[in-house]
Unconditional design. Structure first.
Length: 111
């Protein structure tokens, strides 16, 4: 098995020259904020070409849509809801939690 890197999210994306840098963060087991919650700390950087980043962005969108479909499945004993899917290539409407894949996961603030 090859090495795996765990991340709780992306803190920052920088474009410098012809490369994109994604700074990954993980919740610290030791550092806490004023409320006692774990702090997100830098853990790894991914550097890729602009072309590689654009391909990756497409794959991330596909994954986000798959997660959205999973979260829309009715659970046992719950009524079914119908949500219209956006046309292929159409931007997802802002402010509509049923259509926003980011709202399907718990959001944590990152620096």
């Amino acid at each position: 098995m090859q090495e795996q890197v765990y991340s709780d999210g992306i803190a920052q994306i920088s474009i410098i020259g012809g490369t994109v840098r994604l700074d990954l963060v993980a919740l610290s087991p030791t550092e806490k904020d004023a409320k006692g919650q774990p702090v997100a700390v830098f853990c790894q950087r991914v550097v890729m070409s602009l072309e590689g980043f654009m391909q990756s962005a497409g794959k991330m969108q596909e994954a986000a849509q798959a997660v959205l479909k999973l979260t829309q499945r009715p659970r046992d004993g719950q009524p079914t809801q119908t949500v219209e899917e956006p046309a292929a290539g159409a931007p997802m409407p802002a402010g509509n939690p049923a259509m926003d894949p980011a709202s399907a996961v718990q959001k944590r603030p990152f620096p």
